[in-house]
Design a protein around this ligand. Structure first.
Ligand SMILES: CC(C)(COP(=O)(O)OP(=O)(O)OC[C@H]1O[C@@H](n2cnc3c(N)ncnc32)[C@H](O)[C@@H]1OP(=O)(O)O)[C@@H](O)C(=O)NCCC(=O)NCCSC(=O)CCC(=O)c1ccccc1C(=O)O
Length: 265
């Protein structure tokens, strides 16, 4: 997809040094639909191929949300995430490209990161968070789960007990707690967020790109077996998300009522 055709995201190259990818759907709290995911994949490919780009900053529009995961309203209405370029919902490919691109990806978390949006920042190499940023998973409330990188890799990042706490209690954690848990690298005032990410990108840009590439892939190698788990998990999720139980979660969200999962116990 061409950059000029992007409607859900923005893509810019700054200072001949880094790309900035911005999710731009503030009216849906920067949740993603199929098209958003297609555009994000294209943007990461542009950044991958562009020799000027040493690092990628991944952020979102506004101060309310970084990304609230899948567009639950769209899912409640249609059972899916809308039209896509190839007819397939490519979220797993997006996860892969964030890991595979041989340049560090810096998440600049400007508000809430929840559900599939939380998974996106977890997958990034570094995270800088604004003071107002919050972090949470939501799947078991809205009829979803990420049994791939979103749980297994999260446990690598914060430890088993914390990862289970995040997924089983579905509470929201503030940026200071996230930093204490090792979920984010640094917390800064909102107005300094992107500048801090730029500062890191400039630093990375002054180092050997080949050394950085080998280091990134070396960090990945130890957890790459989770890709296989991810495949299985997304196979399962495709069935679960459209099941009666899964749809109860999405419909309850859209109807602004608590979900009733009691008959599935
Ligand atoms: C983010 C909230 C905690 C914010 O709460 P609050 O501040 O009280 O504001 P609200 O009034 O709730 O929200 C304001 C406004 O935004 C709309 N909105 C918020 N989030 C979404 C969303 N994700 N999708 C669509 N719309 C959203 C909200 O409805 C309001 O609109 P109004 O018109 O003004 O009423 C809270 O909003 C919240 O909890 N949001 C939902 C978070 C969530 O559950 N996300 C989805 C998690 S599941 C996921 O992301 C995985 C998807 C996936 O990867 C997948 C892959 C492959 C197959 C299937 C799936 C799958 O379906 O799971």
């Amino acid at each position: 997809m061409k950059i000029e055709e992007f409607t859900d995201i923005r893509y810019e190259v700054e200072e001949d040094n880094h790309a900035v990818i911005t999710i731009d759907r503030p009216e849906r709290m920067n949740s993603f639909r199929g098209r958003t995911v297609d555009e994000l994949i294209s943007a990461f490919k542009y950044a991958w191929a562009d020799r000027r780009v040493a690092a990628v900053i991944f952020t979102a529009a506004g101060e309310r949300a970084f990304c609230t995961g899948g567009d639950v309203k769209e899912r409640a209405e249609t059972g899916g995430y809308g039209e896509t370029e190839w007819g397939t919902f490519e979220i797993e490919r997006l996860h892969r490209i964030i890991r595979d691109i041989p340049k560090p990806v810096i998440a600049a978390v400007n508000g809430i990161a929840i559900g599939g949006g939380h998974v996106l920042h977890v997958l990034c190499d570094l995270t800088v968070a604004a003071e107002n940023a919050t972090f949470a998973q939501a799947g078991p409330r809205v009829g979803s789960f990420d049994a791939g990188f979103g749980s297994a890799y999260l446990a690598r990042v914060v430890g088993e007990k914390r990862a289970r706490q995040i997924w089983f209690l579905l509470d929201r954690y503030d940026a200071v707690t996230a930093e204490r848990w090792g979920l984010v690298n640094e917390v800064v005032p909102q107005e300094q967020l992107v500048e801090k990410a730029r500062e890191w990108a400039r630093k990375i840009g002054s180092y050997s790109p080949t050394a950085i590439k080998f280091l990134k892939h070396s960090f990945n190698a130890d957890s790459d077996h989770m890709s296989g788990i991810s495949h299985l998990a997304f196979d399962g999720l495709a069935h679960y998300a459209t099941s009666e139980e899964g749809m109860e979660g999405a419909r309850a969200f859209a109807e602004k009522r608590p979900p009733d999962f009691s008959k599935y116990r």
